[in-house]
Design a protein around this ligand. Sequence first.
Ligand code: SAH
Length: 213
Amino acid sequence: MVSEHLFAARQRMLNQHLRARGITDERVLAAMQRVPREEFVPEALRPHAYDDRALPVEFEQSISQPYTVAFMAQAAQLEGQGRVLEIGTGTGYGAAVLACLVAEVFTVERWPELCNTATQRLERLGFRNVVTKLGDGSLGWAEQSPFDAIIVAAAAERLPAAFFDQLSEGGRIILPIGEPGSGQTMFRFTRRNGELQEESLGMFSFVPLVCDQ
Ligand code: SAH
């Protein structure tokens, strides 16, 4: 049951944390309104589900801050017919938001337990257009490419080489780059005429992208 308290908290999140901080894409706002974040956080943290901050989950990982999820989705300029690759499924919250915005979401997580839990949770909540995979997301997901957007929910030291070939013409990569621990710069890379155009979108803080090779 969604308590009135949580429902009101979700509305406050939309108005105070998202709209007020520059999330203007109405489709992104509607997606953030639709996804019950309380279902993605540990039981004890449910009262805090709509605080605008990352919350701790298993294996020293975290569920991203609502503003960050909305910011990345907005920066990716998604359209309803799109196919998106997300790296770092975590709880599945980001994938659920993306699932409200595009036709197909492919998401990769390297921790088996997180991947399993997120897969079951997304199924239980009825997000049928999300496909999960266990593995190293820095390699992308060649079999399912090309993607209109690749969204990376963990901080990389550099742009993974595999992503370019898996991006459609005009496609966008949203990726935080920087050392773990300190903040990282969010970049948008857009593929145009065989090249990547790079834009810096501001500072954020993420757990590291851990690459297996
Ligand atoms: N999008 C998530 C939050 C992601 S936190 C949510 O909404 O809950 C970052 C996640 O990236 C963590 O779960 C971490 O295990 C995962 N991760 C780190 N390196 C990875 C890699 N190389 N491939 C896939 N997942 C990775």
